[in-house]
Design a protein around this ligand. Sequence first.
Ligand SMILES: [Zn+2]
Length: 303
Amino acid sequence: MLGRESAHSCLHRSAKTHLDRQTLYFSDVPEGPEIRRAADRLGKALIGRTIEHAKLPYGTFIGREHLIQGQTVIDVTSRAKAMLIRFENGWTMYSHNQLYGRWTVNLVTTKNTMRRTLRAELCTEKHAVRLWSATDIDLIPTIEEPLHAFLARLGPDVLEAEVDSEVLYNQLVSKKCFRKKGATLMLDQRSFAGLGNYLRSEILFSAGVHPDDRPCDLPEERLRAWAEAIKNVTVQAYQTGGVTVPKSVAEAGKSRGEPRRTWRHFAFCRNERPCLKCATLIVRLRYGGRRLDHCPRCQTTHR
Ligand SMILES: [Zn+2]
């Protein structure tokens, strides 16, 4: 079985995406922003369209095509790393790709060449939207989404419009979060839904928070900066397709001949390179085997 890092390098070799033609591959293990962008792409093909033909050849899906066939899709969105496709008759298709699921969007006239196990196929007049390999999938009444085992446990979804820096500040100082390390909090979907490994390093760098520091170690001003970084870095990653530095910084990195994985971030994957703010070397740490890159000078500990 592929480890996280192996899966990462395999995905990294995958092609870029384009609606109608390509598989929705990502250049990295997808985090909240990548899933939301995938939801946007699926939405372009599905929202306002009628499902002319559906195939649901997996587990509890079997025999339930009639629930969505002939129905119009009214919304496609994401919650953390889950995809939600909502139909006009009050049903929602829930799916979580974990590390191996894939969505594809093709014209119905395009010959399918995917060599994976089909889990769901939704065909409109023009497009065929398919889910491959994923096993965490279900059809649930839309009204019961908040009760779903995965969705019910999520903390505030950072990409949701109503989740602003005030909400995130209140979450940081909540009893649940106040005594947990930044490194732990920034991956905990029950505390902040939609964050992942690159966002963790980038948010902590942007806020100047040491990964071992807990909200209870920090002055209010730093906590406010942390809450704003959670929102701003994640929204920027969503808008730019995973770039967490300003355009000018990205361009400077490219002109130095750096690969995408380093020019697109301030800290993550820039270990052993000079910090772009203070020139101190970025240092790699591991928490639970997962990489966290930080600047020892920009992110001094308060403990
Ligand atoms: Zn620095």
